[in-house]
Design a protein around this ligand. Structure first.
Ligand SMILES: Cc1cc2nc3c(=O)[nH]c(=O)nc-3n(C[C@H](O)[C@H](O)[C@H](O)COP(=O)(O)O)c2cc1C
Length: 376
């Protein structure tokens, strides 16, 4: 195919044509950079401190070497899996991310719809642009989980879990790695404060007058009072467990010690995560500590992983090391910025194809056919 200059220009002007010529998740980032304000782009792209862990998160996956097996019947490849009791088209979920509205006006509604179409779970952040109820109405049949940031006022936090349960969300994902906000220099340089509408708080009488007087540009982000709860401890987990019958997922664990505690305190799943390297710099890439966590958990809970996964192959690596689900963050927001719901459709289709081809070529017709020996 000969691409003329005119074709190239037409592609640049037509977002859909541009999507059709996007073949890898990383390519959405360049489009997003053109479409988002520099401050919003850097808020999404950035990490903490020197961004050492940010680079490591991606690099660690790529250091893993596959050990393909041949002459296995892969005439039918099935990438489906069961995650927290739900059947999913592939062992992947959309990571909770604040304020999708920074990427596209359709925000979480578009991503939740695309996730439902692709048959993968969508996780709604406490700090979302659209509300728990709006997203549920937009993707009623999709598998939806709710990510909880605990409030200083526990009654308010409990109200969130109850709203999520009432709106058909299937799990509470409690984020445990944000007692305080990490030091994100890109945001400080840009003066970025996440001063954007928050769908779960807007117009709710329970939050009236609760805007945090301490929240300022120097504090980091203008947030509702107590949304970052620095005094949350293990003893609180039993209380939170008692608020809902939904499965409880603890997100942001990086050690065997905490994984054991998480299971002892009733977690149904653990997300091995360093918050996309946005919190503490110089921690391990999550994929590098998955095996330690899997050994500590010893089958008592599901172990998931996130941070830097960018290819369908990464899902095979995660599975071989014992993680049953991979959460994907930034590339989904880049795809949203690039093409709204259609952009996220495209990103998920790329991942699905990459996963299916990877399964066939490592010699596993299904995910349960992936063994530890498929990765060196
Ligand atoms: C822009 C942005 C906002 C985020 N907001 C949240 C959030 O509200 N709650 C949360 O638990 N994690 C949040 N995270 C972390 C993600 O859930 C996830 O752990 C991380 O992005 C995975 O790494 P990846 O972006 O390299 O895929 C956020 C990440 C990004 C990039």
């Amino acid at each position: 195919v000969r691409v003329t200059l005119t074709d190239a220009l037409a592609t640049a002007r037509d977002p859909d044509a541009r999507l059709a010529s996007t073949f890898r998740l990383q390519e959405f980032e360049a489009i997003a950079r053109e479409r988002m304000t520099p401050a919003a782009f850097d808020y999404v792209a950035g990490g903490a401190g020197d961004e050492t862990s940010l680079g490591e998160n991606v690099a660690a996956w790529r250091r893993r070497i596959l050990r393909p097996r041949v002459l296995v019947d892969v005439s039918t490849v099935d990438s489906s899996a069961t995650v927290l009791g739900s059947r999913v088209a592939m062992p992947l979920a959309i990571a909770p991310m604040a304020s999708h509205g920074l990427a596209h006006p359709d925000a979480e509604v578009a991503v939740a719809r695309a996730a439902a179409t692709a048959g993968v779970p969508f996780t709604l952040s406490t700090m979302s642009t659209r509300s728990i109820e709006e997203v549920a109405a937009a993707a009623p049949d999709g598998i939806r989980w709710f990510q909880l940031y605990i409030q200083e006022d526990r009654g308010l936090a409990r109200a969130f879990t109850e709203r999520a349960a009432a709106a058909g969300y299937r799990a509470i994902v409690l984020t445990v790695d944000l007692p305080v906000l990490g030091i994100r220099e890109r945001d400080r340089r840009r003066g970025f404060t996440l001063d954007v509408p928050l769908g779960n708080f807007a117009g709710r009488t329970e939050f009236a007058g609760r805007t945090d007087p301490k929240a300022s540009a120097t504090d980091g982000y203008a947030m509702v009072a107590g949304v970052r709860e620095a005094s949350l401890v293990w003893a609180d987990i039993a209380t939170i467990r008692g608020w809902t019958d939904l499965p409880l997922v603890l997100k942001g664990i990086l050690t065997a010690e905490d994984a054991r505690l998480a299971v002892d305190h009733g977690a149904d799943a653990i997300v091995v995560s360093n918050h996309g390297a946005r919190q503490l710099d110089r921690v391990a890439a999550p994929i590098d500590v998955v095996e330690e966590v899997v050994a500590a958990v010893d089958g008592r809970a599901e172990v998931w992983v996130d941070g830097g996964a960018r290819r369908g192959i990464d899902l095979v690596v995660a599975r071989a090391l014992g993680a049953s689900c991979v959460l994907i963050g930034r590339p989904i927001l880049w795809a949203l910025a690039a093409g709204g719901e259609a952009g996220v459709d495209r990103a998920l289709a790329i991942l699905r194809e990459e996963l299916e081809v990877a399964l066939a070529l490592v010699g596993a017709a299904t995910l349960s056919g992936i063994a530890r020996t498929h990765v060196g």
